[in-house]
Structures are given as structure tokens and as C-alpha cells.
Design a binder for this molecule. Structure first.
Ligand SMILES: Nc1nc2c(ncn2[C@@H]2O[C@H](COP(=O)(O)OP(=O)(O)OP(=O)(O)O)[C@@H](O)[C@H]2O)c(=O)[nH]1
Length: 536
């Protein structure tokens, strides 16, 4: 909390923006994970199903073509006595279409009459397999279930077409074997697929045996299918299924082959969904980081812009109120409502404080009765008064003022003091300092004035006061002492000098002006100065 209290506003706002973006990012990613997972599962199932149907359609077409080719070759053989024709047709079937790994011509007793390749050396051998028996029995185009051959011990399927002579008598069949664990067209179709993720593709019999797979080790193995799926397969229904094997779940698309009891299985583990999710989240995280950096920079810039006037106001409001500070506050660019309001109120508060301080200052430096400077005000202004080569000081004191008070009363005495002050103000210049130092003693500082001229001015004051006639006021006179500021080390000493001259004036009978230099000649001019005084 203390750290927050001392944190600067722009940093606080920046951190708040960063926090908001991070929180939004986390919420976005969480919702993405939970809500998009189901969508992705659904999409994968749909894709698997569509792909399985497409592969099933292609496989069906290839099987159909192969059956047509077998039927065509069968139609070319009208007699089993023509060995060369049988071999030629067997070779053509094997080599031209590439569908079969081996081709045999078999008579109606199951004896092999011709083979391709001839290297099989099976000619004359009698077949005992169930496929052979079925082909002979049905006398129709036939596709066997996968089985192991007794002769070569290969896992194969067998496709056959019956052979008839010109009279339509059944002679036997011509049949091709597809070695399921070796290279064949069907194998190529399911092994080379254009799918954007690593789905497993197999051709599977209705009872769950893998007939084709690009991995020969899987061919012939049993795939786990539950009862519901088994039932669907038996009904030749294509579709999408979620297959649960304990903890593992597979997203399965099934395409049914119409020419056999086989199905194309395209399946993916549900870990794929997690992989896709993680990859999406990883990409999103980079994007969020980018947004975060951008937002932080933007937020820092904006926060700085917002905080700038407030910070200037905070600094300046802590400064001593002066006209300069008020001017600085006035120049702050408070560009939005709250800052502007604050600026106006701080500025107004400061102006009011300055006025109050000025008033207090004036009160503290002014004599309330006469409005002249008091000692404090006089000394302050005298100390900052511009320097001149000559500066004169006059001390004035009313003569026998006690008597005035005693005779006319204190109030009248006050009025006399006000009258004297008024005369002083009239005679003195703007640049002169006129002060009342208490009682009936006044001090005047005359900047840029020689003692000679000061003497003339003091005498003019003296005459004016002496000649002032006001009803209800007694006539009064004053005595004055004059000194040059340059003759003293400082103003206090100069005032003491004027006091000495003033005592001298009182001593000599009052109502007169006396120069300090005439009382105490300066050492360097010692003996040259003569006492000087002016009086009525
Ligand atoms: N009415 C009035 N009288 C004041 C004021 N301040 C001082 N006084 C009086 O001024 C008189 C000064 O008297 P003193 O110091 O004896 O001097 P003085 O009577 O003028 O005699 P000298 O200066 O020697 O001519 C005293 O009676 C004070 O009470 C003031 O503000 N108003």
C-alpha cells in the first residue's frame, strides 16, 4: 500500500493497463481452451469422416476397375488349352493395372493352369483355400476376405472373375491376389494422403481386422471396436464416431466400401486436439505479448500525458506562493477537465494566499495611525533601496509633544501626528522613505540626496509644520537631525547619527535642523566642518 502511495500516476496507470491486458489475455485463452476444444473435436471428426468417405469412394472405384479388367481378361480366354493367351492375360493384368501382385488362371477343379509371374512355379498345383472354393462355388465375380495363403504364407485378398467358353460353359476363373503387406495400388491410395495432420488411415474389415495400412506390421492385426461401432459397420453406415479405449479416445471417421465388407478408417487420437489447442494458444500468446507491448507503450505515453499536468500542479502547489509560481501554474497545459479544475483552484488559492501575505506584510510594516512605514517596514525597504552615491537621513521629533497631549488630550495629540505625517508625505518624493519609529519620532530617507539638500528639505518641513494652522489643533514645531548614509557603516549607525544631530537641535532650543557633520566633524575633514543649523 505504501508503495502504491508513492508510485507515480503514469506508472500506476501503465501497470493497471498491463494488468487489464494480462487478465483479458488469460480469460481469452481459458475460454479459447474450453470452448474451442469441442469445436476442434467436432471439426476433426467431420474432416475424418469426409476424408474416409472420399478414400472409400476411390478404393471402390479402383476395385471396380480391377474387377472390370479381370472380367475383360476372362472374356479373352475361351479355352484353357491356349496356354499362351492365359499367360499373356495374367501378365497384362498384373503388369498393366498394377492392382494385383500375382495373377492365376484356375480350372473348375481348382488346379492352377497359368501364373503371373511364372516364377511362382505354381502351375499344376491344386488350391485348397476357402477363397478358391468360394470362387468356384459362386461362379461369379468374387472378392475374398483376407487370408494367409498356404503356398506362400502371405496375407492376401483374392479377386476373381469366372471364365466361360463360347458355349457359356463354366471353365474356371482368373483371379488376382493382392499382397496386403506389400506394395499395391490400394496401399498407395491410403498411404499417400493429403491431410494436414497425421491421421491414421486403415482399411478395416467389419470384424475389425486391418486389411491395409502403410505400416505392414499393423496389417492383419485387430483394431478395437465397440459393439455399437461393430453394429454400425455391419449395417454399412459411414459416419463419425468417438471411440473410447479406456483413457484414450479416438476421433474416427468411417467410409464404407460398397463393393466389399470393408471400411476406410481415418482416426486421430484426441491428444491431437490438445496439440492443436496448445499450438493455437502458443500463437495467441505471442499475439497477446505483442498487444501487451503495444498497449504498455501506448498506455505509458497516454498516462504520462495525463499525469504531466497533475505532477506539475503537485510540485508547484508545494512551492512557496509567489507571483512567479502562479505564472508557472498558469502556463501548465491542463488539457482535461479535472486537471483544469485543479489548476484553476490551486492558482486561485495561491493568489489569495499571496494577497493575504501581502496584507499581513503591509500591516506588519505600516504604522496604523499615520499610514507611514513603521520601523520594520522602513528598515526592510531601506536595505533594498537602490544604491546612490549620496543618501541622506533625517530624524524628526515634535517639540514638547508631551505638553500637547497633556493640554489638548491624547486624541488631539494623535491628530497632530496625522497632520505632521500628511505634511511629510506631501513634501517628500515617491522614492523617499518616510517612517514613524514610535512616539513622535519620524525618520526620512532621501535616496540620491546630499546632506545640503536634505537640510533644505528638512527646513521646508519644519516651516510647513510650524505654519500649519488647523482649527481644533494646536500649532507645533519640530526639530530635525540630518546625516549622510555614506558617513556610516550601515543604516542603524546612520540613524544613530541623525539622533545625535536631533538631540543637538533640541539642545539648542528646538524648532531647528542640525547636520550631524556639524556636530561631529568627520576625521578626514576634521576642523574643516563648522556647526550648521537652521531655525526660525
Ligand atoms: N498622542 C500621542 N502621544 C504620544 C504617542 N506616542 C508617544 N506620545 C507622547 O509623546 C510624548 C513624548 O514626550 P517626550 O519624550 O517627553 O518629549 P517631548 O515632550 O516632545 O519633549 P521634547 O522631545 O524634548 O521636545 C509623551 O508624552 C508620549 O506619551 C502617540 O502615539 N500619540
Amino acid at each position: 500500500m505504501t508503495a502504491l502511495r508513492t508510485m507515480k500516476l503514469n506508472l500506476l496507470l501503465t501497470w493497471m493497463s498491463i494488468g487489464a491486458v494480462v487478465l483479458t489475455g488469460v480469460l481469452l485463452l481459458t475460454s479459447l481452451y474450453f470452448y474451442q476444444k469441442a469445436n476442434i473435436e467436432h471439426t476433426i471428426l467431420e474432416n475424418n469422416n469426409a476424408y474416409a468417405r472420399k478414400l472409400a469412394e476411390t478404393a471402390d472405384r479402383v476395385i471396380g476397375i480391377s474387377q472390370q479388367e479381370l472380367a475383360y481378361s476372362a472374356s479373352k480366354i475361351h479355352s484353357f488349352s491356349d496356354y499362351q493367351t492365359m499367360v499373356d492375360e495374367a501378365d497384362r493384368l498384373r503388369l498393366q493395372s498394377g492392382f494385383f501382385n500375382s495373377v492365376i488362371v484356375v480350372n473348375d477343379h481348382g488346379i492352377i493352369l497359368a501364373t503371373s509371374p511364372e516364377s511362382l512355379n505354381l502351375r499344376g498345383i491344386g488350391l485348397q483355400s476357402e477363397a478358391n472354393a468360394n470362387a468356384l462355388k459362386t461362379r461369379k465375380p468374387y472378392i475374398s476376405q483376407p487370408f494367409f495363403t498356404g503356398t506362400t504364407n502371405r496375407y492376401v485378398i483374392f479377386v476373381s472373375s469366372p471364365v466361360f467358353d463360347h458355349a457359356g460353359n463354366y471353365l474356371g476363373y482368373i483371379g488376382g491376389s493382392i499382397y496386403l503387406k506389400e506394395k499395391s495400388i490400394l496401399n498407395q491410395i491410403i498411404s499417400t494422403h493429403f491431410y494436414n495432420y497425421s491421421a491414421n488411415v486403415s482399411i478395416v474389415s467389419n470384424d475389425g481386422h486391418i486389411i491395409f495400412n502403410k505400416d505392414p506390421n499393423k496389417v492383419g492385426s485387430q483394431i478395437g471396436i465397440d459393439d455399437q461401432l461393430k453394429k454400425m459397420l455391419s449395417q454399412n453406415v459411414s459416419g463419425a464416431y468417438v471411440v473410447n479405449h479406456g483413457e484414450a479416445t479416438q476421433l474416427l471417421g468411417v467410409g464404407n466400401l460398397t463393393k466389399t465388407d470393408w471400411n476406410v478408417f481415418v482416426y486421430a487420437d484426441d491428444t491431437l486436439v490438445n496439440d492443436i489447442m496448445l499450438s493455437t494458444i502458443r500463437q495467441s500468446v505471442w499475439f497477446i505479448i505483442l498487444i501487451l507491448v503495444f498497449t504498455s507503450l501506448l498506455s505509458y505515453a497516454l498516462s504520462t500525458l495525463i499525469a504531466r499536468p497533475l505532477r506539475r500542479l503537485a510540485i508547484l502547489s508545494a512551492s512557496k506562493p509567489t507571483a512567479h509560481v502562479v505564472e508557472e501554474i498558469r502556463q501548465i497545459d491542463a488539457w482535461y477537465y479535472e486537471a483544469n479544475k485543479l489548476k484553476v483552484s490551486i492558482s486561485a488559492g495561491m493568489v489569495s494566499t499571496i494577497k493575504q501575505v501581502k496584507n499581513l506584510d503591509r500591516e506588519a510594516s505600516t504604522d496604523p495611525l499615520t499610514g507611514l512605514l513603521n520601523r520594520r517596514g522602513f528598515m526592510t525597504l531601506a536595505s533594498i533601496s537602490g544604491k546612490h552615491s549620496e543618501n541622506a537621513l533625517i530624524s524628526l521629533d515634535l517639540d514638547h509633544f508631551k505638553r500637547v497631549n497633556d493640554t489638548w488630550g491624547h486624541d488631539t495629540g494623535d491628530k497632530v501626528l496625522v497632520m505632521v505625517s500628511s505634511i511629510l508625505k506631501t513634501i517628500c518624493r515617491e522614492t523617499d522613505l518616510v517612517g514613524r519609529f514610535g512616539g513622535e519620532e519620524f525618520v526620512i530617507m532621501l535616496p540620491g540626496t546630499s546632506t545640503e539638500n536634505a537640510e533644505k528639505i528638512a527646513d521646508r518641513i519644519r516651516c510647513s509644520i510650524e505654519q500649519e494652522k488647523q482649527p481644533q489643533l494646536p500649532s507645533v514645531t519640530i526639530s530635525a537631525g540630518i546625516a549622510a548614509l555614506e558617513d556610516a557603516d550601515n543604516i542603524d549607525e546612520a540613524i544613530k547619527m541623525t539622533d545625535i544631530a536631533l538631540y543637538e537641535a533640541k539642545d539648542k532650543g528646538r524648532n531647528r535642523v542640525v547636520l550631524y557633520r556639524s556636530v561631529c566633524p568627520l576625521p578626514q575633514t576634521s576642523g574643516v566642518h563648522t556647526a550648521s543649523s537652521s531655525h526660525a
